[in-house]
Write a protein that binds this ligand. Sequence first.
Ligand code: ADP
Ligand code: ADP
Ligand code: ZN
Length: 217
Amino acid sequence: MKLILLGPPGAGKGTQARRLVDTHEIPQLSTGDMLRAAVSAGTELGQMAKAVMDRGDLVSDDIIVGMIAERIDQPDCVNGFILDGFPRSEAQAAALDIMLSERSIALDHVIEMRVDDEALVERLAGRYTCAECGAGYHDRFQVPQVESVCDNCGGREFKRRDDDNETTVRSRLTVYHDQTAPLLPYYRAKGVLRHVDGMAEIDVVTAQIGAILNGGK
Ligand code: ADP
Ligand code: ADP
Ligand code: ZN
């Protein structure tokens, strides 16, 4: 299954992608995670990307497309993958089309996750993850079962993203509406676009995605 989860920052792409990794045994390809790994490793790319991410802008298409092209050729992608946070611009979508057609791969679904801007600001302000395993949480909407202990790995250290402050979030939302939302008509015209109500509770969104994946096109 080759899937794109498309939606604004905070829509729940990462949350749902991690569930699909478990249920469908295909990898989550998150360009945001790849960039944050480069930032932590302190590579030249990471240093450059950090400044762009802190502003809430997009990292250059060439760099991002190169990262994804390398990633989809890894053996764990043979049965499919979930693209999370890519493509984010028309140039990236065009590059992805070429990449897929060169490999005779077809996209099964592009799922739009619809969430209001004000809800997104609240979600990102309360977002944190386990420092050990990356499991995602929220101060109000997704708290660990035992306070301060990760449900997934038992870890007790958590972290928040530098770019989840309100100023950067507002810029990211503007970038989404200007540069990423135009991909919706692009994929609608190809007949692969579906949507879910991303405002619903996490389990309900999972069920909506499951219905799309099980229902065929
Ligand atoms: P994205 O990857 O699209 O940026 P995340 O999956 O990281 O979004 O979710 C953003 C924040 O909102 C996280 O803290 C997550 O726990 C929370 N969240 C995700 N889905 C929902 C939902 N349906 N309702 C409420 N909160 C949610
Ligand atoms: P979110 O989960 O909030 O949607 P991501 O983790 O996907 O955010 O991305 C964080 C930041 O990394 C973005 O604001 C952007 O600066 C950069 N980034 C991630 N994916 C891309 C991409 N496909 N193209 C350009 N920049 C990207
Ligand atoms: Zn954990």
